[in-house]
Design a protein around this ligand. Sequence first.
Ligand code: NDP
Length: 433
Amino acid sequence: IHRNQGETEFHQAVREVLESVGPVLAKHPEYAENKIIERICEPERQITFRIPWEDDNGEVHINRGFRVEFNSALGPYKGGLRFHPSVYQGIVKFLGFEQVFKNALTGLPIGGGKGGADFDPKGRSDSEIMRFCQSFMTELHRHLGEYTDVPAGDIGVGGREVGYLFGQYKRITNRYESGVLTGKNLPFGGARVRTEATGYGCAFFVDEMLRARGTSFSGKRAVVSGSGNVAIYTMEKVHQLGGVVVACSDSSGYIHDPNGIDVELVRQLKEVERERISAYTERRPGAKYLEGQRVWEVPCEVAMPSATQNEINGRDAETLVANGCVAVGEGANMPTTPEGVRAFRSAGIAFGPGKAANAGGVATSALEMQQNASRDSWSFEFTEKRLQEIMRDVHARCHDTAEQYGMPGDYVAGANIAGFTRVADAMLELGLI
Ligand code: NDP
């Protein structure tokens, strides 16, 4: 802790993984002998940089940019970029650390990293966003490459931002290196299903957990937090799988639509009009908007937190359990506090941690890299099928590992152990790196 002072989210993420791997260390003394824990907790490289840019009124702003290249034992660093005013070293490191194990769980050849900036895109014009992205990439480009480090989107970074970032990378390097960024839009090397992948993948993962318990989404009410990229496509897939999403939110409040959220309307509001979620009720008079309230008070059988870290606390988790929630799929990264996780685990409900449940996004990014490398472009149906197979495998890996270590049904332990051992084994074989 003293080497990473003030990085509370990073401490939280490390503690959660280390709490699970005790039985692994007992079984594999070679990990401790080779200081795998110490090495795995220390990023291979951390970059912090200045981002100067000018707003539409000619005023100059200075933001801080980050890239944490955490672990490349399994492949090039891979993980998104987050633009949000809360971004600082501790957030980027927690996200990078989680990413290492998540990427390992997919079974694909990708290492882990994460980055971003403390820039607030809210209310900024298109040209301000473009200038910011160009300035950000002017520094970051020297650290990237399809065999080195391949960023994608995250909070505040979607197809538009990835486009501006890729444009600047191409301009500075004079290389049309499609595989250097993922989450690209289709006209410049993007992959079908990448936009939908994290949300779809999370719904597939929950579907697998429900099936493992002999039930399904059919007729179940779901509550989804957020209304961004992950939330929208989680809702779409939950509906296709037979569930009914009755509420979603943004950072100002939530909407409750007992007849089922109109996902097309949310998509129009958020992706096209870039509106607040409160605008939903103007077009769906049957729905209610609750300003400043917590979406977890809405009764449901399935909860899918898809906004940000630590958005479900102990009390929220108890409310969900008391209201009959039987499954939780974390679309966001670390959305449940340690108290919340304890409440879910002690209630014995199916709890899918983010590093497993939201791995569909990065897995489809790896499929995008495959398509870029082979100058190919797969159909929507084929790519979605691949995604579903990958999520089935991730579920099976977590489920079976938990059983193997005597903790049946514990997806937290299963995910941490399975992810950790894949990375640790590769590190051992690569020597002292
Ligand atoms: P978006 O920017 O598209 O959407 C984020 C949503 O969450 C918005 O509705 C936003 O509301 C809300 N939100 C963000 N920060 C806060 C906050 N501090 N408090 C309350 N609400 C907040 O991001 P994504 O959908 O891409 O990402 C959501 C989560 O999923 C993140 O945890 C991310 O790390 C994780 N994730 C994303 C992946 C991807 O492929 N995009 C892959 C794997 C995980 P508002 O507009 O009001 O800020």
